[in-house]
Structures are given as C-alpha cells and as structure tokens.
Design a binder for this molecule. Structure first.
Ligand code: 2NE
Length: 270
C-alpha cells in the first residue's frame, strides 16, 4: 500500500490511501509529544478531512514503533499552557478533541506504542482504537502537574466505568494492551506488524457501509453524553436530512415564487 502525501507539515504527516486519510504525529524523538504547533497542524488536517469528499475515514497514529503520543511536550509547558512558536500559552489540544468527536466520519486511533497523558486522551476521543501488542496506556497528569477533567475523565469513565477511571487518574499506573482490551478501552489488539493492515481493513469495512448511517450513529452516541452541544450536533444532522426532502424544498420554492407553500401533498408518517 502506498500512502501519498496530502500536504507537507513540520510536525505531522498527512497522507491518503483509497478513501482513508492518515494523520501521523511525527516527533518520535519525544515519543510523539505534541506542541501547540503539532496540534495546530492536526486541526488543519482534521478540518481538511471534514471538508474533503474523497476522505471517508481517518486514522490517527504516531511515527515509529515506540509511541502513539506521550501528551503535551513538557519542555515547553509554561504558566498558562504550552508555548509554541508564537510565544502564546495554549491548550489547543482541547479544540482538537472536540473536532475529532464532531467529525462526521469515523476516526480510528492506531495505537502503535505509548498512549500517555494527553496522548491517551487523544485515543479516548477517537471512535475506535486498535492497538499493537506493545502499546502502553495511562495518564500521568497528577504526577507531572496536569489533568484533563473534560473528555479525558468523563468520557473515559463512560468507557471503563467510574472506579477504573478514578484508578487510572489517581494512581497514574501504566496498563498493557491486553489490560486495555480487558477494560474495553480498545477495540482490538494485534501484533505490531499487523497493526496498519488491521486498521486499514477495519476502515475498508466501514467504507462499505452507508456513510449517513455511520454519521448518525456517531452523532447519536455523542448526543447521549454531550448535553445541549450533543443535541445541537444531532439536530444539525437531522436538518441536513430534512433539506434533502421535497418537503423542505417546497418551503424555499414557495418563498422565492412569492406564493403560499403547499405542504398538504407530503405524507404524514405514523
Ligand atoms: C512516554 C514514556 C512513558 C516513554 O518512556 P520511555 O522510557 O520509552 O522513553 P523516555 O526515555 O522517557 O523518552 C524518550 C525521550 O522522549 C522525551 C523524554 O524526555 C526523552 O528525552 P531524552 O531524555 O532522550 O532527552 N519525552 C517523552 N515524553 C515526553 C513529553 N511528554 N514531553 C517532552 N519530552 C518527552 C515517558 O517518556 C513519559 O512518561 N513521558 C512523559 C509523559 C507525560 O507525562 N506527558 C504529559 C502528560 S500531561 C498532558 O499531556 C496533558 C494533560 O494532562 C492535559 C491537557 C493536555 C495535555
């Protein structure tokens, strides 16, 4: 399989293969820790994935065979956040988390090693997680002066349960891929040399299915957890479907033709 570059970035790779976009955090020297600039590039790539009609699924991974992502780069953590090239402290990974959750296409975390701290949260917010057998999972925040009390806690607890989520955060232990599988934190564990083949096969399987159905399932599963913001997204998708009906077109046509709309001809479903 040959991946072609969609766009050259400095801290990520952004590639394409037959309907699948792959975003790879490319800082193996730092176990793929992210800076605000890495995150800014990932956000740009995710927005591209959202807009591009030839992209049906997205894979998020890390370069090399040691780490998926080790969270925020501790070298540039400062008062108020992580400081990138513009000198401004930020926590823009939270924007990326929201983008992944609201992307109307499946996002698969291909966990090829350590998924730690903010890197662990990134795999949590992906729709599916496929891990290599050398993958290691865990939070470190309370040990290094940080925490993610948002999706990194509440959504984690929805996945593994309240007791386990508290254990993960309070003890800051590391968990093997098998332990992650046992607690429902990942969908599948495979040998490292089969990781990409398996992930691509899962993407290809999803791409055989109705994209609107997958989209509605994703937004419905989110809505159950995300309160008013979740309902807003679900409603937006309902509006999209409504706009695809003759009934919605009749309203617009009548307005433009300066006549009363004729909605009587449309069915009232039981
Ligand atoms: C990831 C882990 C467990 C890997 O351990 P190991 O033994 O395989 O590698 P090593 O030697 O620790 O790391 C290799 C190099 O990568 C750097 C290390 O400092 C080391 O550099 P040198 O000594 O060779 O110069 N490196 C690794 N992770 C880094 C990081 N996050 N920032 C900067 N440099 C890093 C082990 O490396 C580890 O525990 N890393 C730290 C994990 C961590 O605490 N991450 C931050 C959590 S807080 C967070 O991400 C966060 C949040 O809580 C809330 C919102 C947003 C972000």
């Amino acid at each position: 399989r040959t991946w072609t570059s969609i766009k050259e970035f400095e801290e990520i790779k952004f590639e394409y293969f037959e309907g699948i976009a792959k975003i790879t955090i490319n800082r193996p020297r730092y176990r793929n820790a992210f800076t605000p600039d890495t995150v800014r590039e990932m956000i740009e790539a995710m927005v591209f994935c959202r807009e591009n009609p030839d992209i049906f699924t997205v894979i998020l991974t890390g370069e090399g065979d040691k780490a998926f992502c080790s969270g925020g780069d501790q070298n540039i953590k400062s008062s108020g956040g992580y400081i990138g090239k513009d000198g401004v402290p930020r926590l823009n990974v939270l924007d990326l988390q929201k983008l992944i959750r609201s992307l109307p296409k499946p996002v698969v975390a291909m966990v090829n090693g350590f998924a730690i701290g903010g890197g662990h949260v990134l795999h949590i917010v992906c729709d599916l997680s496929i891990a290599s057998d050398n993958a290691i999972f865990g939070q470190t925040g309370p040990r290094v002066g940080s925490f993610d009390a948002g999706f990194g806690s509440s959504y984690l607890a929805r996945i593994v349960g309240q007791k386990k989520a508290r254990e993960i955060w309070f003890l800051c232990e590391q968990y093997s891929a098998q332990e992650a599988l046992d607690m429902g934190l990942v969908n599948k564990v495979v040998p490292l040399d089969q990781l990409e083949d398996t992930t691509v096969a899962w993407c290809q399987k999803m791409m055989q299915h109705s994209p609107l159905a997958l989209r509605m399932i994703k937004v419905g599963l989110n809505a159950e957890l995300d309160g008013q913001a979740g309902i807003q997204e679900l409603a937006g998708n309902a509006t999209l479907l409504y706009y695809m009906t003759e009934e919605a077109q009749e309203g617009k046509k009548a307005y433009l033709e300066k006549r009363k709309p004729d909605f009587k001809k449309f069915p009232r479903f039981p």
